[in-house]
Design a protein around this ligand. Structure first.
Ligand code: FEO
Length: 397
């Protein structure tokens, strides 16, 4: 199989996974995912990251073809999560002399996951490794996604190998570099990837972005999704916005509903938002739409409105679950509204009232609580909630 040369002597040797249903056994992969790995040929030949062990066979074939009898001198491990480190043991068996490059935290995990403790070359932040015509440099990026994560920079090709950062869900369907493909599907999937996988670590991402701002970067090679070149600044700006939790003008409405009464409430709020000038409105039935898509919209939009029926004297269970996922990610600075319904004893609205306090969010309007079916009083309250959210979003008094 011919591998793509993405710059002179820099080859893409990653693989596509269209088999796995759930990434981390949690997040749907309707369009698959790629595990990206890169091979640099120089006086010393260097591999950057590996792939999920399920794809090690094709991966090792790709490497052998490019090396064509040359030695593999170094493996740089930017990230130890098994979707990237899974093939290390097999790679070591095939190339016993390969030196593994990582930091102290990488090596702790390398021992734990693979039992490998020898043939290591430890690096610290800003260290360099001369491989012939260039000196690669290493930049630790702890918690972008795991604690051992680091980035590797190639000054000759002005290329950053960025581990999960700037990664997307979605297999690579032919093209490898962004300029060679329609990137529209990845524009959504980079947000869903960020919100679900990295979203909790906004301050760590900000620190990493500040570090790499000093480098002259013309290509970003992430471990998932397209190589960023033509759209590099768009990807970096998006990461900057998301890691500051900056939402666009728009609203995510998330509701649970057993028999459609709370759903009707959600629709009234959505109509009001639209009538009051908001164009970006995402409405999610929490029982139907996977949380990963809901979280992506919550990261995208500044406004969030949640509606829940009372269920067994509690919040609706799926609403409870999405609140927990939002809380874990410590989403900041959202405008919030909420509503709920009950048949004989109202609990949901009271429970929801604690959430904006927990998150330190602004509540734009009083909540609306509805007993049984939609009545004109609750209709008016819901309409007012939509208007108040719209006004707050566009800065109207
Ligand atoms: Fe793609 Fe954090 O691993």
């Amino acid at each position: 199989m011919k591998s793509k040369e993405i710059a002179k002597n820099l080859f893409y040797v990653g693989v596509n996974d269209r088999q796995k249903a759930l990434f981390e056994n949690l997040w749907p992969l309707p369009s698959g995912v790629s595990y990206n790995s890169y091979l640099i040929l120089d006086e010393k030949n260097v591999l950057v990251d590996t792939v999920d062990v399920c794809y090690s066979d094709i991966f090792l074939k790709k490497i052998a073809e490019i090396l064509d009898g040359r030695s593999l001198d170094y493996l740089i491990v930017n990230h130890m999560e098994p979707d990237h480190s899974g093939s290390i043991r097999l790679l070591r068996q095939r190339y016993p002399d390969v030196k593994i490059v990582g930091n102290a935290k990488t090596f702790d995990m390398l021992k734990g996951y693979h039992g490998i403790t020898d043939g290591l070359h430890e690096v610290k932040d800003n260290d360099t490794l001369n491989i012939g015509s260039r000196a690669l440099s290493f930049h630790t990026a702890p918690m972008v996604h795991w604690i051992e994560v680091m980035f590797t920079y190639d000054p000759k090709e002005k290329t950053l190998f960025s581990a999960d950062a700037f990664g997307t869900f979605g297999a690579l369907n032919g093209g490898i570099i962004d300029k060679d493909m329609n990137i529209n599907p990845y524009r959504e999937e980079i947000i869903r990837y960020y919100a679900n996988i990295i979203g909790k670590y906004g301050s760590a991402v900000q620190k990493a972005l500040q570090k790499i701002a000093k480098l002259d970067i013309q290509t970003i090679c992430s471990t998932h999704g397209p190589v960023w070149r033509q759209h590099l600044s768009e990807a970096v700006a998006l990461y900057d916005r998301m890691s500051r939790y900056e939402g666009e003008e728009g609203v995510t409405i998330v509701y649970g509903s057993m028999y459609g009464n709370t759903e009707q409430m959600a629709d009234v709020v959505a109509y009001s938002l639209a009538e009051n000038g908001i164009k970006n409105i995402a409405v999610h039935n929490v029982s139907k739409n996977h949380a990963s898509y809901i979280l992506a919209d919550i990261f995208k939009y500044k406004g969030l409105i949640i509606g829940s029926p009372t269920y067994s004297n509690q919040l609706y269970p799926e609403i409870e679950s999405i609140l927990s996922k939002i809380g874990i990610r410590e989403v900041k600075d959202r405008l919030f509204g909420y509503f709920g319904s009950f048949s004989w004893a109202g609990v949901a609205v009271k429970k929801l009232s604690a959430f904006p306090e927990q998150m330190n969010w602004e509540v734009v309007a009083p909540p609306v609580e509805q007993r049984q079916g939609l009545l004109s009083e609750s209709y008016e309250g819901l309409w007012a909630l939509g208007k108040a959210m719209a006004d707050a979003l566009v800065g109207r008094k």
